[in-house]
Design a protein around this ligand. Structure first.
Ligand SMILES: NC(=O)c1ccc[n+]([C@@H]2O[C@H](COP(=O)([O-])OP(=O)(O)OC[C@H]3O[C@@H](n4cnc5c(N)ncnc54)[C@H](O)[C@@H]3O)[C@@H](O)[C@H]2O)c1
Length: 316
């Protein structure tokens, strides 16, 4: 981005949003965070952001924030993000993930925003794909209410009229320091936390399911690339490499030097078996590529969770 922008970032108190916020600040932009703190935490927010505690499904409150903030770019990361929880409370997912996004787009259009970046899910919207790694033009057949709500919001973005330049970033399984193990998503954080607290981690199915694990710093870089003027379209943001759940589990157990075995439970029908993203388009058109090797990113993440765990333990 050549000139400094005013960026309104929804979900800025969350795992990914807080790190995107920091990167925008570091690049000299003004950052305005909209978050209801239902999942994110105030102490995740970097210093120097202006904050509005607003639920994105509250249209009037959101319009008022846009009227006051007058952003040039909107980065929309606020969402409910658990596949499992979405199967238990689908209405909440439709309300926040679809209606909330409709509200964002309407408010952005009224306020004359130049560009919208939407954080979508390459892990959840494609469903069980026929071709791996999955290119952006594969058909989307989400199998969970989470994936359905994220894809419905994407479709709405492309169908509306207007001049809002739109970028959709379809992330793989994002991992890295800062992920919250207690929120029912982010398997690396969940396994690590369980092993550190002496619990037996759960694996739904036989552990052969594969995912594309992309480090949060690579995701942040993709957001910076997507923010440049003239960039629009849909991009997978992953690594193009698949790892099985059992492989991830074994690496974490090795790193923590524990021999605990996971508890295998029946397969969850809202979870796809295999997901790995083709990221060629992002390489060619965004000039972006994943830089953090999985072994290194995983080790760093486990170390960060372990350090945090022992600091809390020591302070009790
Ligand atoms: N983590 C991943 O692996 C992953 C993968 C694909 C896509 N995504 C997408 O990236 C985005 C961020 O995910 P994350 O992992 O950082 O999740 P997160 O739960 O850490 O962050 C989401 C943030 O949105 C806020 N929020 C939730 N409902 C809200 C509402 N109604 N109004 C205002 N704020 C609300 C939460 O308080 C939280 O701070 C989401 O849109 C998610 O769908 C994440």
């Amino acid at each position: 981005m050549s000139e400094h922008q005013k960026i309104l970032l929804t979900g800025g108190a969350g795992f990914i949003g807080s790190q995107v916020a920091q990167a925008y600040l570091d690049a000299g932009h003004k950052v305005i965070v909209v978050d209801d703190f239902s999942r994110g935490k105030r102490d995740h927010l970097p210093e120097g952001v202006r904050v509005y505690q607003v639920d994105i499904s509250n249209r009037d409150a959101l319009n008022e924030v846009f009227r006051l903030a007058r952003p040039t770019i909107v980065s929309h990361h606020a969402a409910l993000v658990s596949v499992r929880e979405s199967s238990e409370q689908p209405e909440a997912y439709w309300k926040v993930n679809l209606q909330g996004t409709v509200n964002i787009v309407e408010a952005a259009s009224k306020a004359g925003v130049r560009k919208l970046i939407y954080a979508s899910s390459g892990g959840a919207i494609y469903g069980e794909a026929e071709v791996l790694p999955i290119p952006e033009n594969a058909s989307a057949n989400p199998i969970s209410p989470y994936g359905e709500s994220k894809f419905a919001a994407e479709k709405m973005l492309w169908r509306r009229d207007g001049n809002l330049e739109t970028v959709v970033l379809r992330y793989g399984n994002v991992y890295g320091p800062g992920q919250n193990a207690l929120q029912n998503n982010g398997v690396i954080a969940i396994f690590t936390h369980a092993l550190l607290t002496g619990k037996q981690p759960l694996i739904f199915g036989d552990g052969s399911q594969t995912r594309d694990y992309v480090h949060v710093r690579d995701v942040v870089d993709a957001n910076l690339a997507a923010s440049k003027p003239g960039v629009g379209g849909i991009y997978n943001i992953g690594t193009g490499k698949a790892h099985s759940l059992l492989d991830v589990y074994n690496r974490i157990a090795l790193s923590l030097k524990v021999t605990t075995l996971p508890l295998f439970l029946p397969h969850n029908h809202y979870e796809v078996e295999h997901n790995v993203l083709d990221v060629q388009r992002a390489r060619e058109r965004l000039g972006w590529q994943p830089c953090i090797p999985f072994a290194m990113g995983l080790w760093e993440t486990v170390q960060a969770i372990e350090t945090d765990h022992y600091q809390k333990y020591a302070s009790v």
